[in-house]
Structures are given as C-alpha cells and as structure tokens.
Design a protein around this ligand. Structure first.
Ligand code: H79
Length: 498
C-alpha cells in the first residue's frame, strides 16, 4: 500500500541529504576550523556559563518531554490518513485513502479539542515519581496551534471547546512539584500565512516574513510575561532558510530574551551565525547554552562533546512524539533500554529527556504509565548515580557507565561478568585512588584489590571488585567507589584489602 505521496518521498530524501550534510558538524567528532573568523553574530557569551541556573541545568540528569496538541486527537491515524511515523506530523502525511481536503480537516480538529481528563497535577506527580527534574512542554508545534491563549493568534486553546490555558496549568503544577519548566516552541508555523520556509525574495515577501518574525518575537515575550517561572526555551524548526537568513534579527531577539529573563536557558538550536552555521558557529564554538542536536541519538564518545553541556531527547517508539493510539507495529523501548540511555547520557555529562505523548482526552498511554513507574522505581534506588553527577575521567568499559560526584565514582552495571569480577582499568599515575567499594542499593561492602597484571609496557593498574555470588539483581545496579587523593604506590599495591 502506498502511504506517502511522491512529493513526500522527495522531501524525505532531501531532508536526509540535508541532515547528512549538517549532521557531521554537530553530532559527531567536532571539527574545529583551522583559522578563526571575525563574527558579528556569534555566541552571546564566550565559554561555559557558571551561574546558578546553568549549574542547576547540569544537575538535572533526567527530564520529561511532553508533546501535546491537536495531533493528539488523531493519534497517528485519522480519516484514512495514517502517519507511518512521527504522528505529530500527521497534517503533512496523506496517501491514497486521504480525503481531498485533509489539511483543512486537520486545521479544524481543534474544534474538538476538549481534554476533559487533563489533570496537570496528576502528570506532574507522575513525572516527579519517575524522577524527572525538568519538563519541556510543547507550547506550539509546527501546526501553529497554541496551547496558551496567545493574543497574537486566532488558533489557540481559547478557540477550542476546552478554552482553559494549558500552559499555565502545566507550569503551575510542575513548579509546585519542584520540577523546572522549559517551553518547547517551534518556529515553523503552518497556520500563519506570513510563515515561509524559503528565503523571501520580493519586497512583498520580505514584508510578510518580517511580520512573521515580529509575531514570533511577540509570542516569545508573551510566554515570558505569562509564565515568569520558566527556566528556558527549547526551540525547534529553526532550519528554514528564511530563519537562517534572519541572523541579525534572531541575534537581537536572543539578547533581548536573555535581558528580560536573567538566567534563561536557550540551547544551540535557536539561531545561526551570519554564515548560516547552526549549533556551532563558523569557529566551531557552541551557539547557546548547551548542545541541542542530540534528538533521538547519543554520542558514541565523550570527546565528541568538546566539554559542552547537552541534552538527549528520546521517544519511546522509534520516531513518534505525539500520541500514537496503536503502538503495536513499533518496537517500543523498555525501561531497561531507557535506563541504559539515561546512564549513557549522564556518564557523558548530559541530561536525558524522555518524551510522553498524551492522548486527546489528557491521559498518558498505559505504556507510558508503566515505563514512568519502572524508571521511577529504579531511579528511586539509584538516583545518587544519576543526579548532580559529572563525567568521570576513566576509560569506558563494557560493564556499564561511570558517573562521578566529588570523591565518589559510580559504576552502573548492565553487563555482569560471568566470573563476578569487575575489573576497572586506571593509569598507574592516577592521582585519585579508590579506597572502598560497595553496592549502592544495599550498602554491602565489596572486596576490592589492585591488580598489576604484568602486561609488558602496560601503564595501567586494575581495580578488581568482586561481586558476591549471593547478590542477585534483575536490574542494572550501581557499584559505589570511594576515592581519595594520592598515588598508587608499590606499598599500597601489596595491601590486598585495599
Ligand atoms: O517535535 C519533534 C519532531 O516533530 C520535531 N522535533 C522533535 C523534537 C521534528 N521536526 N522535524 N524533524 C523533527 C526532523 C524532520 C523529519 C522529517 Fe519527516 C523527515 C520531515 C519529513 C521527513 C519524519 C518523517 C517527520 C515527517 C516524516
């Protein structure tokens, strides 16, 4: 069965090309240009931020993303249109069985948006129990529908039967649970007639696009004014040529947003420099406060990150952010998969943000409820290894992931060796030396000794930690290792009890 019209296949193909062309510069080994270019529209602040708001961002560990809008009514399938993936894009999917007026049908769906079961407090409590320290909520996705009663649009929650401000309820409920709120905002807007993706050429087009830019600016200030508790924006849809060309406007806008809201956090996806370089400017320097390119992907190597802050946003199905009423055709990630990704991210100094796509009535799906509960149970026991941790400067190993907090190392074990002996490699010249190991979950102390295998020219020493045969775990578990400053010397090596 043919699901996508030809132009979509072409769009898919072109977008693939586009992604390949740009992917290398921001989701792979960093490429630093040989010589520096003078930039007028580069980063607003040089180097990493050191303020309290940014420090708080670094310590989140786990976050929740919520994609909610009128696409939730469709749930990936509506009136003969089926989104094979990315259900929040259903307006753009069509196919043989689609009605002729499909886009108009979609554009009228908001007249049925009445999520009577929506209870922001219930969601916030669920997020809290899962262990989320921040939430990113979709105020406006590409379709242009505003989940708050924007003065600048006639396509908002106010015009739906529900009427009440959803963004306000989310902000208040999550803030009450102590969860920081970030607002997702897409620059793409299929509802606004002044929106365009291609560069405006004629004077008329330019005037129209300027109106669109002003509308975007007004909405962003409106959000800041309405919801002063928010900690940041998570921007999307900023790859259009028209937006890329507007670097002088977006530079000033970023400056003004930050001035209006001290501490505001904005990722690398908001704007580009005057040469059209996105995420990283023409000198390879990060634009914005953290690297925002890790959408449904994770870095293979810590070195790729160049020491930058970053987040990973992840879906439960392969690629679907909005509600999908039938998960059965897809592989949906298990809590084991997701905890693995969480620890992968935190071990490389990033935050892991798990997406939820509630339905049109305001309910999370049963699958999401289950995953939230399972992740929460795990994080409840092992949170010490997740929150407020940094990358540990040790060689990666196949057992799992290291995280670090001061003089404590955490090794979250996913692959338990058959001999129950965890062997950690560290340079003989290390200046932080392990002194004790225990199981985080029970506090049980573990036998630990240094082993010099005696391989020729080996500059490493091995810290051998023995797991008791009696310790059984169905879940990944954490070994906590206390270190102290000092050197490993021959005398210490002989103390087997070390
Ligand atoms: O909000 C989520 C996505 O809807 C949004 N970003 C995340 C956080 C996003 N918009 N565009 N993209 C991601 C990348 C573009 C994907 C596309 Fe396609 C490939 C557009 C057309 C082909 C996937 C497949 C979406 C529609 C069909």
């Amino acid at each position: 069965m043919k699901l996508i019209p030809v132009q979509w296949c072409l769009a898919f193909f072109l977008s693939g090309l586009f992604m390949n062309a740009t992917a290398q510069s921001w989701t792979g080994p960093p490429e630093k240009p040989k010589e520096r270019r003078e930039l007028q529209y580069g980063p607003l602040h040089p180097g990493k931020r050191t303020d309290a708001a940014m420090q708080r961002f670094r310590e989140y560990g786990l976050g929740q993303f919520i994609h909610w809008g009128v696409y939730a009514i469709a749930g990936g399938e509506w009136n003969g249109v089926k989104a094979p993936t990315a259900s929040e894009w259903i307006r753009s999917w069509s196919g043989k069985t689609a009605p002729d007026n499909w886009k108009a049908t979609y554009d009228n769906l908001y007249k049925q948006f009445n999520p009577v079961s929506f209870d922001a407090t219930r969601w916030a409590k669920q997020a809290k129990a899962m262990g989320a320290r921040y939430v990113i909520f979709t105020t406006k996705h590409h379709d242009g529908f505003c989940m708050w009663p924007s003065r600048f649009s006639d396509y908002t929650i106010r015009q739906s039967p529900y009427q009440k401000d959803i963004v306000r309820q989310i902000v208040d409920a999550y803030a009450k649970e102590g969860i920081d709120v970030y607002l997702y905002f897409s620059i793409i807007d299929w509802h606004n007639k002044d929106y365009r993706s291609a560069s405006p050429k004629t004077a008329g087009e330019k005037a129209s696009y300027q109106k669109f830019l002003d509308y975007t600016r007004n909405q962003l200030f409106e959000l800041l004014n309405n919801y002063p508790q928010i900690k940041g924006f998570w921007f999307d849809g900023t790859w259009d040529k028209a937006w890329i060309d507007s670097y002088a406007f977006t530079y000033q806008l970023e400056k003004d947003l930050r001035a209006a809201h001290p501490g505001l956090i904005i990722g690398s996806r908001f704007r580009n420099d005057e040469y059209g370089k996105r995420h990283f400017d023409s000198n390879g320097d990060l634009l914005g406060d953290y690297e925002q390119g890790w959408e449904r992907k994770l870095p293979a190597k810590y070195e790729w990150l160049n020491g930058n802050d970053w987040d990973c946003v992840m879906t439960i199905p392969p690629n679907g952010w909005g509600y999908i009423k039938d998960w059965s055709p897809f592989y949906t990630k298990t809590s084991y998969d997701l905890i693995d990704m969480l620890m992968h991210a935190t071990s490389m100094g990033g935050n892991f943000v798990l997406n939820f796509g509630p339905d049109g009535n305001g309910n999370m799906s049963p699958g999401e409820d289950r995953l939230a509960k399972e992740i929460g149970e795990w994080v409840q026991l092992n949170g010490e290894a997740v929150y407020g941790v940094t990358h540990a400067p040790l060689e990666p190993n196949s057992y799992g992931y290291f995280t670090q907090k001061g003089n404590t190392l955490y090794l979250t074990v996913f692959n338990r060796p058959v001999n129950n002996l965890i062997r950690i490699k560290m340079p003989k010249s290390a200046t932080e030396v392990p002194t004790a190991a225990s199981l985080l979950v029970s506090g049980t102390s573990l036998k630990m000794k240094f082993t010099d295998i005696g391989l020729d020219l080996d500059r490493n020493i091995y810290v051998d930690i023995t797991l008791p045969d009696t310790f059984v775990s169905q879940q990944p578990f954490v070994i906590k290792i206390i270190t102290k400053s000092g050197k490993i010397n021959a005398a210490e090596l002989e103390k087997a009890h070390m």
